[in-house]
Each structure stands twice: as structure tokens, then as C-alpha cells.
Design a binder for this molecule. Structure first.
Ligand code: KIV
Length: 282
């Protein structure tokens, strides 16, 4: 696969090719996704739920995401690497956003950043793009605002809310975003938004009408099972695969079956003889 860029991602919408995006937070996963031809790797702040044991993405820090993004970048994937800007790492001021987005590229090895929201964030997106940092927008449910939103509920159910989201998407496009994640909205809402802008939409819980789809890798592999939103399709049950392997190992150890000679290093007869103080092997 040729290396993906923000330019090639935008072109995919024009050519009617669906965009595949998945999260990854480490080098081996990034390698696998790249080998599978995944277009975009999102180093999501979902790392907070999936790997770090938090109940929301709010406690995730910029250093957390940079740490994981750098691991992904070291795998040198052909997929475009997007670093998710975590809670409050870009909202304080345009200056703060510029400094932190630059760190995501310089220290985290990301090639673009994702920014949640399309209110006063529009000004921030415009400044970050003007500084040469590609931005992916994120509208619909924005998990970093979960305490303000009041729960993981479907957004944009009414015509009024849909019109508002169309305006947000258009404002993001006008500010220079190269794509937009739409989270947890009815399929019809996502369709209207997708048809109203020239940049690709990437849906999660937003139905089939977006230009691409994203899932959290640990959700679709069945690794993270604390809860399963309706929109998550489990393509594997890796948790069960790991449990089976760990149980087998435990049994082998407890019954003295592991390690056998296939997995051990043994001395030659001569070496053994010397070990026991004999000059010649017995
Ligand atoms: O952090 C994340 O994984 C995300 C996706 C759910 C889009 O933002």
C-alpha cells in the first residue's frame, strides 16, 4: 500500500472509495493495521478506557497520547497517523492549542491531529491548520464533554439539531479540516451532513452513509468487554483466545509439564560431568 496522506484521504471521497479507520496505541497493532491496508490509524484518547483503566477519556493527558502515538509511529505504518488531542489540551487558547498540536507531531510522530467540537473550536482549528498541522474534526457525541452532555446518548435526532450539525460540519470544512468524525447520530443525520460537505465524514455509530467508518480496535476484537455499545460489531473474541492460552499455560506449570526439553537448555554429557566433578562422562 502506498503511504496514506491527508490528500489521498480527501481524494477517496471524490472517488467514492470508503475510508477504513481503526484505533491503535502500540507498535505491533499499528504494524498489523498497516499490513491490512487500513487507511487511517487513530491514536485515540479511547486509550483511557481500553488500556489505562479510566471510566472516561477525561483523565487522559497529552503525554499519554504522545507516548502511544510515538509507539505507533515507530512501526512506520503506511496508514495516516492521527493523534487525538485529549481533554483541555487545546481549548484554553489558540496559543496552547498550537503548542500542544505541534508536540503531537514532533514528539508523538503523528501526521495530523483530531479535535473534538465545532463551537469556539472553529477558531482553533483554523489557526492549527494555518500553522501547517492537518486537523480531523469530531462532531455528534464528543466524549470529552460527557459531563456537560450528560451521558452517551444519540445526538442530532431532530431536524433542528441536524441543521445545527450541518452548520458545524460546514464551519469545520471552511476552517480547513481535512475530514470529520461523526459519532452517535442517526443514519439520516449522518447522510445529510455527508452530502453537505466536500471533505470525508468518518462515522462511529452514525450508520452506513458516511464516507468511512471507524471502530475502537479493542472493541471490535472483543478485548475490551466492560460495555458494548449497539454500534460495535465484534469481529473476534480475543479476550477468550487470551483466556484459553493463559489457562493452558497455568495448567502446564501446575502439572510440571512446562517447560519440557523442547523449551529448555541442556548441557552436553561432558559439561554435566564437569559440573558434578567427574573428568569423564558416566
Ligand atoms: O478516541 C477515540 O478512539 C475516538 C474514536 C471513538 C473516534 O475518538
Amino acid at each position: 500500500m502506498a503511504r496514506k496522506t491527508t490528500f489521498s484521504i480527501r481524494l477517496m471521497k471524490k472517488k467514492g472509495k470508503k475510508i477504513v479507520m481503526l484505533t491503535a496505541y502500540d507498535a505491533p497493532s499499528a504494524q498489523i493495521l498497516s499490513e491490512c491496508g487500513v487507511d487511517i490509524i487513530l491514536v485515540g484518547d479511547s486509550v483511557g478506557n481500553t488500556l489505562l483503566g479510566y471510566e472516561s477519556t477525561v483523565p487522559v493527558t497529552l503525554d499519554d497520547v504522545i507516548h502511544h502515538s510515538a509507539a505507533v509511529a515507530r512501526a512506520k505504518p503506511d496508514s495516516l497517523i492521527v493523534g487525538d488531542m485529549p481533554f483541555m489540551s487545546y481549548k484554553v487558547s489558540v496559543e496552547q492549542a498550537l503548542e500542544n498540536c505541534a508536540r503531537m507531531l514532533q514528539d508523538g510522530g503523528a501526521e495530523a491531529v483530531k479535535i473534538e467540537g465545532a463551537g469556539r473550536e472553529i477558531e482553533i482549528v483554523r489557526a492549527v491548520v494555518a500553522a501547517g498541522i492537518p486537523v480531523m474534526g469530531h462532531i455528534g457525541l464528543t466524549p470529552q464533554s460527557i459531563f456537560e452532555v450528560g451521558g452517551y446518548r444519540v445526538q442530532g435526532r431532530t431536524a433542528k439539531q441536524t441543521k445545527e450539525m450541518v452548520k458545524q460540519a460546514q464551519a469545520l470544512e471552511e476552517a480547513g479540516a481535512f475530514s470529520i468524525v461523526i459519532e452517535l447520530v442517526p443514519s439520516e443525520t449522518a447522510k445529510v451532513i455527508t452530502e453537505s460537505i466536500g471533505i470525508p465524514t468518518i462515522g462511529i455509530g452514525a450508520g452506513p452513509n458516511c464516507d468511512g467508518q471507524v471502530l475502537v480496535l479493542h472493541d471490535m476484537l472483543g478485548l475490551f468487554q466492560d460495555f458494548k455499545p449497539k454500534f460495535v460489531k465484534r469481529y473476534a473474541n480475543i479476550r477468550e483466545v487470551i483466556q484459553n492460552a493463559v489457562n493452558e499455560f497455568s495448567t502446564d506449570v501446575r502439572e510440571g509439564k512446562f517447560p519440557d526439553s523442547d523449551y529448555s537448555f541442556e548441557m552436553t554429557e561432558e559439561e554435566t560431568g564437569r559440573l558434578y566433578g567427574r573428568t569423564k562422562p558416566v
